[in-house]
Structures are given as structure tokens and as C-alpha cells.
Design a protein. Structure first.
Length: 188
């Protein structure tokens, strides 16, 4: 029973819509069929752009047109000037944000570098403790493969007696270079 009600309501709505559209069409195009007097006045009125120009000379009309154009251009200039000021403000804010980001990046980069340096120092200190317990010949072989700055730091961190034994086992030229670097380099 419910299945037949919905299509019937749809059909009734469509019929009412068609009847309404028909009555409206008759009202607009043939109102006399409904017993209404037809509309005889023209509903479209042509508007003069600057008021009645019947009494004005061509020079006065041109003057009014130029004044209107000048006013229009003045308004456009004011809008463009305002937009330019807003753009300058936005640009200044963007530049400030860029500078702030650069400063924050530099601070973070410095912190990361310091953290990395402290990790390297901790690792080299750990290596120095391990090399103190190893044989001098094996440690000398390892240190000859490292960068001289790193080798100098490790030797400075080792016990002096063990560091001297390692230097004895190294190539004399490389040992002298590491010792010179160790003397001029501050302890990290």
C-alpha cells in the first residue's frame, strides 16, 4: 500500500507544478484571459548615465564624461595604492619570517654541531679506554689509519705510559706529526 502512495504524490506534485506554470504564463502573456487588463506601459526604461543631457552642450557633456573618468581613475588609483601598501606589509612580514627562520636554523645547526661534537668526544674517549687495555702494536696500526686529529685526541685521552708505547710502534714521521698536532690542538 505504501508503494503506491509515493508515486501518486509525485504525479500530483508534477500536475500542480504544470498548472501553476500555465496560469503564470497566461498571467504574463495574455492577462485578458484571466479578466485582468493588459499591461500597456513599457517596463524597460533607458537610464541616462549622467542625468538628462538634453540641455547640455557637447562640451559640457564631454566635461562631465571626463570628470566621471577622472573620478573613476582616482578610485582605481586609491584601490591600487591600498593593495600596494598591503603587499608591502605582507612582504615585510614574509622577510621578517625568513630572517627568524634563518636565525632559528643557525641556532639549531649550532646545537646539533655541539651535540655531534660531544658524541664524537665521548666515542673517542671510550676508544681511548679500550686502547689502554690493548697491545701497543695493534693500537698503532689502527691509529695510522685514522685522521691525525682523531689519533691525536685519542692519544691525549689515553694514559701517558700507554700512549708513549703506541707512539714507539708508529712510523716516526707520522708519530711526530700527531705529536705536533696534539701539542697545538686543545682538548675537545
Amino acid at each position: 500500500m505504501n508503494n503506491g502512495i509515493i508515486p501518486a504524490l509525485i504525479v500530483i506534485c508534477i500536475v500542480i507544478l504544470v498548472l501553476f506554470a500555465g496560469v503564470y504564463g497566461v498571467y504574463v502573456y495574455k492577462p485578458e484571459l484571466l479578466g485582468i487588463a493588459p499591461i500597456t506601459t513599457d517596463t524597460i526604461k533607458i537610464v541616462q548615465p549622467y542625468g538628462p543631457n538634453e540641455n547640455l552642450s557637447p562640451v559640457e557633456i564631454e566635461t562631465k564624461n571626463l570628470i566621471h573618468q577622472r573620478d573613476s581613475l582616482s578610485r582605481q588609483l586609491a584601490k591600487v595604492t591600498d593593495s600596494l601598501a598591503k603587499l608591502k606589509t605582507v612582504n615585510a612580514n614574509a622577510n621578517k619570517n625568513v630572517e627568524d627562520l634563518k636565525l632559528r636554523y643557525a641556532v639549531q645547526e649550532k646545537e646539533i654541531t655541539q651535540h655531534l661534537d660531544s658524541l664524537v668526544k665521548a666515542n673517542f674517549t671510550l676508544f681511548a679506554l679500550m686502547y689502554d687495555k690493548a697491545g701497543a702494536k695493534e693500537v698503532a696500526k689502527i691509529l695510522t689509519e685514522l685522521d691525525e686529529r682523531d689519533a691525536a685526541f685519542i692519544l691525549k685521552t689515553m694514559k701517558p705510559k700507554n700512549a708513549a708505547k703506541v707512539l714507539e710502534e708508529m712510523n716516526p714521521v707520522q708519530a711526530a706529526s700527531i705529536m705536533t698536532l696534539s701539542a697545538t690542538q686543545p682538548l675537545k
